[in-house]
Ligand binder design. Structure first.
Ligand code: HXC
Length: 513
């Protein structure tokens, strides 16, 4: 009797695990995609996955919708490097992974568990969007997911892998999560697909051009990471999770490192060219100061004029923010402000100290920036730094002019420890711009205006463009030897480890969205 029941379970388990059946699994593989369960197996520690709601079926009375166990998603829990996570993975082999009422309930249940437990939730998207036949029940299900995304925001890390279509309103849940990773040539995200674009705008555009990984990683900024294939995608998620705490009440784990916290780098200063107009790669500086040169960059292909990402210093996770002089001379613009403000807010939500490295000539001028809202978007960066109460350490390496000096983690935005290299140039305007304003008459009357400009620029640089005026005022705490940047930042991080800072009670701020 018992044996029969056990056999029955084994049989329905097998059917459930076949998803939409061998043909559809074969079709999934032939598109170069793994199945929902194969993906979870790659993500989680071997043998740790416990599936919930495996035998759920849709409740629609529409006889045209075939019933499958699981109803288009695989949900449950397991561990990544021993740490608890909840997951949901849309099963494209079942009704195109479309979201009906019951799939929605399954996903909402996994999210509720993750929030109650206080652990990351990881969603793997491969879905045709709202299940057309289930009508408003599908739309309601999305609404329930959006609500949970919002409740979980800032409480548990939310990560999305886009490995297939992600159409219609389905894109908004991923967009509300903290990190989106897309797999090249497979992940596609769009609110309206190419057919609608053609019909409404008479524009021909392919799925990939419209909403592929490259488009979202370089242009829209929706994708934080691009992976070459699914294997790389899951490796990246595992690495990302390793930098994060389980929830906002915990701190990231401190990982023992073989890299000496007192290691100095006498070559570091030479990365900065003598000529302030020459480009250099800020990533070389970052790699030199973090543990073992291991820098995990976020939004690598978007707004490349600023760099953000995670690293460890003396084993502690830090969020790095750094201008990139290789792109737009490291100027701040709309996209870089959005990218960085969101990153800072993530770090602040999850107790990750922020280390800022500064070399920027200022905000990017021009009608394009002004008319598209640099005032509105640029202010987000100020807001995010002011709001953040995690330890904030800033080091000015080169230029820090005008509004960009204030924006990039200045003392007055409540950074805790502000260092500067002796090469730092802190002033209201860069030398050329400043002298054309304050010496306009001298330059007009000069016989050799170019030579005069050069001489005045040198005088300006010597007088104003250095770190010592700010150091005299105490807005720079210390001018440091560049070779000692790593140990000095690590000591500051250690000193600030128990930092407590509060802000006035409010329902929430009103960041200039
Ligand atoms: C029901 C769907 C479906 C959907 C796909 N299927 N999308 N079933 N509802 N939304 C089914 C197909 O009928 C098919 O069933 C199977 O899934 C595989 O789909 P194919 O079209 O054969 O696959 P493919 O050629 O790879 O194309 C995938 C696709 C395409 C690009 C996703 O299916 C597509 O365009 N689907 C519709 C996308 C869409 O417009 N969704 C609604 C968005 S509106 P069989 O039985 O043949 O295997 C929305 C509103 C949400 O999401 C609002 C929230 C605020």
């Amino acid at each position: 009797m018992h044996e029969e029941k056990t056999k029955r379970l084994a049989a329905i388990k097998k059917t459930a695990e076949n998803g939409g059946g061998p043909e559809r699994v074969e079709a999934q593989h032939s598109k170069g995609k793994l199945t929902a369960r194969e993906r979870i197996a790659l993500l989680l520690d071997e043998g740790t996955f416990v599936e919930l709601d495996k035998y759920v079926m849709h409740k629609s009375d529409d006889p045209s919708i075939q019933k499958f166990f699981g109803d288009g998603s695989v949900t449950g829990f397991g561990t990544i490097a021993g740490r608890q996570v909840f997951v949901f993975s849309y099963d494209f082999t079942v009704l195109g992974g479309s979201l009906g009422e019951m799939t929605g309930k399954k996903i909402a249940k996994a999210m509720d568990h993750a929030l109650k437990v206080g652990c990351p939730i990881i969603g793997i998207i491969d879905s045709g969007g709202a299940r057309i036949q289930e009508g408003v029940a599908s739309l309601d299900a999305y609404g329930d997911i959006f609500f949970r995304n919002t409740m979980a925001s800032g409480v548990i890390p939310q990560i999305t892998a886009s490995i297939g279509p992600c159409a219609g309103g389905a894109v908004y849940s991923p967009a509300m999560t903290d990190f989106v990773i897309m797999v090249e040539n497979i992940g596609q995200m769009f609110v309206t697909g190419p057919e609608v674009v053609k019909e409404v705008l008479s524009q021909e555009v392919s799925f990939e051009e419209l909403g592929g990984a490259r488009a979202h990683a370089t242009k829209s900024g929706v994708a934080h990471f691009v992976a070459k294939n699914e294997y790389e995608c899951f490796d990246k998620i595992k690495k990302l999770v390793s930098f994060l705490p389980q929830n906002n009440a915990e701190e990231p784990a401190i990982i023992e490192t073989s890299d000496d916290p007192n290691r100095i780098d006498t070559n570091l200063v030479n990365i900065l060219p003598e000529n302030p107009y020459q480009q250099y790669d800020m990533k070389d500086i970052i790699k030199s100061i973090v543990d073992n040169g291991d820098f995990f960059e976020i939004h690598e292909l978007f707004a490349e004029n600023i760099i953000v990402g995670f690293a460890r210093m003396a084993g502690r996770t830090v969020g790095i923010v750094a201008n990139q002089p290789m792109y737009l001379a490291g100027a701040l613009d709309i996209n870089s402000s959005n990218k960085t403000a969101r990153f800072i807010r993530f770090c602040d939500s999850f107790n990750i100290p922020i280390v800022t490295l500064v070399d920027t000539p200022g905000y990017l001028p021009g009608t394009d920036q002004e008319h598209n809202g640099i005032i509105r978007h640029g202010s987000k960066l100020l807001f995010a730094y002011c709001e953040a109460t995690v330890p904030k350490i800033t080091c000015i390496i080169g230029k820090a002019y005008g509004g960009a000096y204030i924006a990039m983690g200045s003392k007055n935005l409540r950074a805790d420890i502000n260092y500067a290299w002796p090469t730092a140039e802190i002033a209201v305007l860069g030398p050329e711009a400043a002298i054309t304003i304050i010496h306009r008459r001298d330059l007009k009357s000069s016989a050799d205006a170019a030579a005069k400009k050069k001489q005045l620029a040198k005088e300006y640089r010597d007088k104003f463009a250095n770190p010592y005026i700010a150091a005299e005022k105490g807005t720079i705490d210390l001018v440091i030897d560049p070779a000692e940047t790593r140990p000095m930042i690590i000591r500051a991080l250690e000193a600030l480890a128990n930092k407590k800072e509060s802000r006035p009670w409010k329902k929430h701020g009103n960041i200039n969205l």
